[in-house]
Write a protein that binds this ligand. Structure first.
Ligand code: NDP
Ligand code: 8X3
Length: 256
């Protein structure tokens, strides 16, 4: 009997992670989904199992908590250890302020989550991939990984680090046959800006006024494409924006 493939997705309670889980579940992948909000994560798991008839394992942990991250992943039951794809997606921006006034507490949280969290999860999952001599790590960066924009300072720095880590992983994991792909989306309307502006829904909404941003499903489609190519093909780096966006700081709004 053919074993189902297993995808491990961080930050699947919302936005990209949730859409990626849905896309892969619809294509018969068993899914390990993670996040901090237990109720939502369990709801997502139940919904995917019911609709797609796949197995879904919700794992509740904060990616910043190294000890707990390792504990949860090392204690995966044997039948969940054959992880084919890891999507390092959990992440956030907090605030959009100039360098001299931005909150340093916000900086700490962004670095801890977007950089150290990604490192924690990657290192904890890697032994399974190395044992299997195959695997695929997909790191969700951003257009902010490619150019810094005004008041983006440490969010952009954290995503530049994701870009560098993806390149480093691609080099160091080459002997194990592990693929590494960086996917770098531009503006997409998810809970991202609501989190960034700390619950100010109007301000968050205004980020997407006057143009059609990306949808979470667009990222899920690209993720699925990158991870279902033949064994000898690896997309190393992929930047995706809506048609109205040229780079991390230039968006045509209201046709202008
Ligand atoms: P959402 O806010 O919708 O989703 C973020 C997800 O990350 C949630 O599931 C959240 O789960 C999880 N998460 C955040 N912090 C932690 C943590 N400390 N531990 C575990 N899980 C955490 O945003 P998006 O889906 O838009 O963002 C997903 C990724 O895409 C992020 O890395 C973001 O930087 C990146 N990105 C987003 C873009 C956009 O315009 N939306 C564009 C480019 C990149 P929970 O709260 O349950 O822990
Ligand atoms: C999220 C998109 O433009 O806020 O990475 O940096 S943006």
């Amino acid at each position: 009997m053919n074993k189902s493939k297993i995808i491990f997705i961080t930050g699947a309670t919302s936005g990209f992670g949730k859409a990626i889980a849905e896309k892969f579940a619809a294509h018969n992948f068993d899914c390990i989904i993670t996040g901090r909000r237990e109720d939502i994560l369990k709801e997502v798991a139940k919904d995917l199992e019911t609709r797609y008839g796949v197995r879904v394992l919700p794992l509740v942990f904060d990616v910043c908590d190294r000890e707990l991250t390792f504990e949860k992943i090392q204690l995966l039951p044997e039948e969940w250890q054959h992880i084919d794809i890891l999507v390092n997606n959990a992440g956030l921006a907090l605030g959009r302020e100039s360098f001299e006034t931005a909150s340093m507490e916000d900086w700490d949280i962004m670095v801890d989550t977007n950089v150290k969290g990604l490192l924690n999860v990657s290192r904890a999952v890697l032994p399974f991939m190395i044992e299997n001599k195959r695997g695929h790590i997909i790191n969700i960066g951003s257009t902010a990984a490619k150019e810094v924009y005004p008041n983006g300072n440490i969010y952009c720095a954290s995503k530049h680090a994701v870009d560098a880590i993806s390149k480093a992983q691609r080099i160091d994991l080459l002997p194990y046959g592990i693929k590494v792909t960086g996917i770098h989306p531009g503006a997409a309307e998810t809970a991202f800006s609501i989190v960034r502006f700390k619950g100010d829904v109007e301000k968050a909404k205004s980020v997407y006024d006057g143009y059609e941003p990306l949808h979470a499903e667009d990222i899920a489609d690209v993720c699925y494409y990158c991870s279902t190519l033949p064994d000898h093909v690896c997309i190393n780096d992929l930047v995706i924006t809506c048609t109205s966006q040229a780079n991390s700081y230039l968006i045509k709004k209201n046709g202008v």
